[in-house]
Design a binder for this molecule. Structure first.
Ligand code: ADP
Length: 487
């Protein structure tokens, strides 16, 4: 074991089911490795459908008392969990950098971001209001909001902490129990989080974590088990579609946070330096592995050349390497397979006529590295236009008119985040309203926080996470009719 922590008891390698640390029934394990070095970090228990079923049954039992508590009592536990996450930031960040590869600074940032959802929903959970509907006769309609029931969550590796807290936070706050399958690449962050929830006094069964190699087995149980009333997923669009189909048989509610293909539209009238700073963050954060990462830079012809020159000069300053080293600005991508997939998209573009301004090759630092890359002479037929790149590659497309930019931005099945750079008030409104995306950043790419509704349209998903709207995904609306009031 190579992860050095202040509190080594945060490094858990078993599953957490019904308040207990357990091995998988078959005694199977899977290896977790450091993408920067290829080093083996841990062998983690691998569970399947049977353990998942037991976790769901435990969740169902635990919910009975939990949902009956005053919201304030649930909030108190979440506040303690929040504080423990904050207090253990450094260890959680070290675990994250080791298993995910992002720089330590990015990991610390994510732990703070992840913690913010727990805090936010601890507060927001106390504000679940209903309604009284005046009716014309001798009746009154009352609307109450109730927890949806047992929630199953499946989360990805790109944000191993925050994608969990923004599901578990609201679910627990309103009175649900949750069973979670973390990504097999990054289970250690999830296990450390649930250890802290346990220390915060969360009753047994309310939050089980099910690491496993066999995602279809765990996901199959989650989506078919009638006790589960809601499936919340963050990951790829193909897997999201599959889970939605599987949920149809028992008519479960779903929240889906899926792939993106974000355009950054930069008009001639933009503040160039502001646009470059925003595009750099939006493209290269987490080495290009976020679902709201800029996938396509759309730059108007009048500033195109100046943009490419300054943007590429800034990219040439990046230092890729091990996320634990202070000089590193950008870490590896998650796996060798991912690095190869990124390279195949770059090669496709080059074969079709793209020019590599900078980068364009796998990194020399190890099998999971890819050079920060800028491509010009790119066209709309190329894979880098149509597909989510999920790596540090920026294709810079040229457009002439506002109408062209809007058409190009919308020419995708995805609709998560879009960004617009312009100094014109009118244009910023027009374009924001014309693009088919769930979120639009105007002169800003750092759009996410716990207070805003995060989510997409089209094949980028459904449902919203964070903000007051984030509670709705975990609530049912019940109408109660009080009759015979004149009796
Ligand atoms: P990514 O490209 O980010 O790895 P995935 O959609 O493959 O995207 O993975 C996101 C999460 O979905 C991970 O926890 C993964 O294990 C899980 N997953 C992948 N395939 C399935 C499946 N068939 N059923 C349930 N979960 C799955």
């Amino acid at each position: 074991m190579t992860i050095q922590l202040k509190d080594s008891s945060l490094l858990k390698t078993q599953a957490f089911i019904d308040g207990a640390w357990v091995d998988g029934d078959k005694g199977e394990t899977f290896a977790v490795t450091d993408p920067a070095t290829g080093q083996h970090l841990a062998d983690v228990a691998s569970v399947g459908a049977d353990e998942t079923r037991r976790a769901i049954a435990a969740a169902d039992r635990a919910m009975i008392e939990w949902k009956a508590l005053p919201a304030k009592s649930r909030s108190d536990v979440l506040e303690k969990w929040h504080q423990l996450i904050v207090d253990n930031t450094e260890d959680l960040a070290v675990i994250m950098t080791a298993e995910q590869g992002k720089t330590l600074a990015e990991s610390r940032g994510e732990v703070a971001y992840g913690a913010s959802f727990v805090k936010w929903f601890a507060e927001e959970g106390k504000r679940v209001y209903g309604d009284i509907i005046p009716t014309p006769s001798d009746r009154r309609g009352v609307v109450v909001k109730q927890p949806v029931g047992v929630v199953a969550a499946i989360t990805p590796w790109n944000f191993p902490n925050a994608m969990i807290t923004r599901k578990a936070g609201p679910a627990l706050a309103v009175g649900c129990a949750i069973v979670l399958k973390p990504a097999a690449e990054t289970p250690l962050s999830a296990l450390a989080l649930v250890e802290l929830a346990n220390r915060a006094g969360l009753p047994a069964g309310l939050f089980s974590v099910l690491p496993g190699m066999d995602a279809p087995a765990i996901g199959g149980e989650m989506t078919s088990n009638p006790t589960v009333k809601k499936v919340t997923f963050t990951g790829s669009t193909p897997v999201g579609k599959l889970l939605m189909k599987q949920c149809a048989d028992t008519v479960k509610r779903t929240s889906m946070e899926l792939g993106g293909n974000a355009p950054v539209i930069i008009f001639d009238d933009a503040d160039l330096d502001l646009a470059i700073a925003g595009a750099l963050t939006a493209k290269y954060r987490n080495s290009g592995q976020t679902c709201i990462c800029a996938n396509r830079l759309l730059v108007q012809e009048g500033i195109y050349d100046a943009f490419v020159e300054k943007f590429s000069a800034a990219v040439s300053e990046f230092r890729i390497g091990n996320g634990f080293e202070a000089a590193t600005t950008h870490g590896p991508v998650i796996t060798e397979k991912a690095a190869k997939e990124i390279h195949s998209k770059v090669q496709n573009a080059v074969e079709e006529g793209a020019t590599v301004v900078i980068g364009g090759q796998p990194g020399e630092q190890g099998a999971c590295f890819y050079q920060p890359t800028v491509l010009t002479n790119v066209t709309e037929d190329m894979r880098v236009f149509r597909e989510e790149i999920f790596g540090p590659v920026a294709p810079v497309f040229k457009f002439s008119t506002e109408a062209d930019a809007i058409r190009m931005a919308n020419d995708t099945e995805f609709g998560l985040a879009a960004y617009v750079y312009t100094e014109s008030m009118g244009r910023s409104w027009r374009v924001s309203e014309a693009v088919d995306y769930g979120m639009v950043g105007v002169n800003e790419t750092a759009i996410s926080s716990e207070v805003i509704p995060f989510g997409g349209v089209k094949e980028s998903g459904q449902g919203r996470e964070g903000s007051k709207y984030g509670l709705d995904d975990y609530l049912e609306t019940k109408y109660i009719c009080f009759g015979a009031l004149q009796r």
